[in-house]
Design a protein around this ligand. Structure first.
Ligand code: DGJ
Length: 728
């Protein structure tokens, strides 16, 4: 009788591969589901990642790998693949037990799902090696409304002595589709975020960094993965993912022998064996990802919503416009020069003056990039009255004051180096290497952590109204070796953890000070760092033409409010073009205001007023990329505020052959079809006029999204910015 019952159940459609004892663990957001399954042998498997089903019970009908018997290991679908047993593919974890056994087995123990705050569900799955006191806990935080999943793991054991972890991934996904198209980003200084989309071939594709600090210089830890066919902005299945870690990372994409995709993401195992003592926990950084069945546009809006609400400090707040002096003065300034610049900043109409590199060090003055890093005392020749005086002078001029720091670094020509050469990362018996003439301080050393924290703390204690910090990081790690660490093999990991400790301490004491994450341009743009920083510096390349591309590509992962765009003298475009491009994010200036023509100054002052009126639409609005600069001569994108009664629309000529321009209307997106919108051109340069007449340019959202509107971009109107306001 019992046998007959089992037979009948197995014969039921939808239940064929799901044995009776299987447990399904759905991790759901509003539109997405990641489903794990515990099979009868207590293995934890990835079963599904995609659109959420209306009826949760139906996940039970999803078949496990129908060709499991062809996999030799039966574990291609493992939700956290342990190495050393039956596994034949890329593992998520590889450990050497205290007794020298290099194999690991992980079986399901239990799981729980509970609320982790408003709109957040945390699912925790406990795994254990049946033969060793070794446990892995997998965490899945589901941000319901944002459709984002944050996934990480915790490793713990109570073996007799330390376990050596060779690999310890954050996430191990399994994504069966017909084909896979990976967009990754690469570059170098001044050419960050260059996208490449390629179909994934069978076998392994690895994106990684081995630079230690400035880790994203060649490649950031972010990717877009289109399933079945390349996705575009509004259609197609796509997963946007990014690892929240400011150090060496590895994103492994393995198309397995069954043509199914395994994604294993985490800290780069390269030169990073981690010795985990008994009783201690190792927590990996998180992989953040979102699945969209409506193209890349929705995926990035999900990321932006999540980041503003849950990750970036004051992500739903406001930002300060600023004038920076780096491009204008480099290292060559004094108090008089600076106080004149404060007045310029006020005249321009920005909120803050940001003093960049070169204000410190005395024995080896910081007059160029070859000396002084580490000696964070004001240079008495340049600033005889100190920073406090400058803060007050700026405030008297009507602007706030901010300052540049590079606290993780040291110049070999510095007093710090003379005093504490053991604080510097460098290998014995090797020639010392410098990167931009400097070396990296050893943040695995608690004394160094204290020193770095002290730099910021002293500055803010002495100058309580100091209003902004730009935190730079210009060198990668060469000759990775710590003079004080007992575990050299984990220096890369200890470094980042040490850095985060310092930053967390700073944020605890100074929760609201705006801080810019900079790394010789965009060498450190990731959501690990961005839990402490209000904004980031995408690149030293501020040529506006290049920036249209770069900002476009950063926008797949990061919201405009966090993207610092400065108007500088880079590039050949007129000031209007440069300003229009910078306006698509957190706008700032790095120019000599006193050298602006009367018209340029008037234009800038007017634009800053416009920006004050519209910045919330850009910072908090939904982004719609309409026409890509990569495939079109006119790039076009827009931001729509949540109430859909305001939008900002930006258009740029990026290719100028064959009389290029907008011949056809461009279809808008994200508007309310039932509302009517008035279009008005803004940022009009003094003396020019707009062809777009606000008295007549009123259309329904339906019309604008179906028929479109021609912003009349041409060689004479190379950038056109339109403000859309609901007509009431
Ligand atoms: C690199 C940064 O990206 C620049 O903006 C500037 O701050 C310099 N460092 C200063 O040395």
């Amino acid at each position: 009788m019992k046998l007959l019952f089992v037979f009948l159940l197995l014969a039921l459609p939808g239940l064929h591969a799901t044995a009776l004892a299987d447990i399904n663990i759905p991790i759901e957001t509003q539109h997405t589901a990641l489903v794990l399954r515990v099979d009868t042998a207590q293995n934890l498997l990835n079963i599904y990642l995609g659109k959420r089903l209306q009826n949760q019970a139906e996940y039970a009908g999803i078949r496990g790998n129908p060709r499991n018997e062809e996999t030799y290991s039966y574990m291609f679908q493992s939700a956290y693949t342990p190495a050393g047993g039956r596994n034949l593919l890329e593992p998520a974890i590889q450990a050497l037990h205290a007794d020298g056994n290099p194999s690991l087995d992980l079986k399901y123990v239990r799981h729980e799902t509970k609320s982790a705050g408003s709109g957040i569900q945390l699912t925790t799955v406990y795994l254990k090696d049946p033969k060793y006191p070794f446990e892995v806990t997998l965490y899945y935080k589901a941000y319901i409304n944002e459709d984002v999943i944050e996934q990480w793991s915790l490793i713990h054991h109570s073996e007799k002595t330390a376990v050596r972890l060779h690999k310890y991934a954050s996430a191990n996904l399994y994504i069966p589709a017909k084909d896979y198209y990976l967009t990754h980003f690469h570059g170098d200084w001044a050419q960050e975020m260059r996208p490449d989309e390629t179909p994934l071939a069978a076998g392994m594709t690895i994106l990684d960094s081995k630079l230690g600090t400035r880790a994203d210089l060649f490649q950031p830890p972010s990717f877009l993965l289109s399933l079945n066919k390349p996705a575009n902005e509004e259609t197609g299945e796509v997963i946007a993912g990014t690892l929240a870690w400011s150090g060496n990372f590895q994103l492994a994409f393995e198309v397995d022998p069954l043509h199914h995709l395994r994604v294993i993401a985490g800290i780069n195992p390269y030169a990073s064996d981690y010795l985990l003592p008994p009783g201690r926990e190792f927590v990996t950084p998180a992989l953040l990802y979102t699945y969209s069945s409506q193209g890349k546009g929705l995926a990035s809006r999900n990321m932006h919503n999540w980041a503003r609400k849950y990750r970036i400090p004051q992500g739903q707040g406001t930002r300060l416009t600023l004038l920076n002096n780096w491009e204008a003065t480099q290292f060559d300034f004094n108090e008089d020069v600076l106080t004149a610049l404060f007045k310029d900043a006020k005249k321009l109409g920005v909120d803050l003056f940001l003093l960049d590199d070169g204000w410190f060090a005395n024995k080896y003055p910081r007059n160029n990039d070859r000396a002084g890093l580490g000696d964070w005392q004001e240079n008495v020749k340049k600033l005889p009255h100190g920073l406090g005086y400058l803060v007050k002078e700026a405030e008297q001029a009507g602007v706030r004051f901010g300052v540049w720091l590079e606290p993780e670094m040291v110049s070999p020509k510095s007093e710090l180096y003379e005093k504490h050469s053991d604080w510097v990362i460098k290998a014995p018996n090797r020639q010392q290497s410098v990167f931009r003439n400097q070396q990296v301080l050893d943040l695995s050393n608690p004394q160094v952590q204290e020193f770095v924290y002290g730099i910021v703390n002293d500055l803010l204690t002495k100058n309580p109204t100091l209003a902004y910090i730009k935190w730079d990081c210009n060198a990668a790690i060469y000759n990775a070796y710590s003079a004080t660490s007992a575990n050299q093999s984990q220096l890369y990991v200890d470094y980042v953890q040490g850095l985060y400790k310092v930053l967390a301490r700073i944020r605890t004491k100074y929760p609201t000070i705006p801080m810019m994450l900079c790394s010789g341009g965009g060498g450190r743009v990731d959501y690990g760092g961005l839990q402490y920083f209000t904004e980031f510096w995408p690149s030293d390349n501020t040529d506006p033409l290049e920036r249209i591309f770069m900002q476009w590509d950063y926008s797949y992962f990061y919201p405009a409010i966090a993207t610092c765009n400065h108007i500088t003298d880079w590039g050949r475009q007129p000031l209007k073009f440069r300003t229009d491009v910078a306006m698509m994010g957190k706008m700032g200036y790095d120019i000599v205001v006193s050298k602006l023509s009367e018209n340029d100054l008037q234009f800038s002052q007017q634009t800053l007023k416009t920006y004050e009126r519209v910045h919330d639409v850009i910072w908090q609005g939904d982004l719609f990329r309409l026409q890509s600069p990569h495939t079109s001569d006119v790039a076009s994108l827009m931001f729509v505020n949540p109430a859909q009664d305001k939008a900002m629309w930006f258009n740029y000529l990026v290719g100028n052959r064959y009389k290029s321009g907008t011949v056809e209307p461009i279809r808008l997106s994200g508007l309310n079809p039932a509302k009517r919108y008035t279009l008005q051109e803004v940022n009009i340069y003094p003396g020019s006029r707009s062809f777009i007449n606000a008295n007549t340019a009123t259309y329904s959202g339906d019309y604008l999204m179906t028929v479109g509107f021609n912003p009349q971009v041409s060689a004479n109107r190379a950038s056109v910015v339109l403000e859309l306001t609901e007509a009431k």
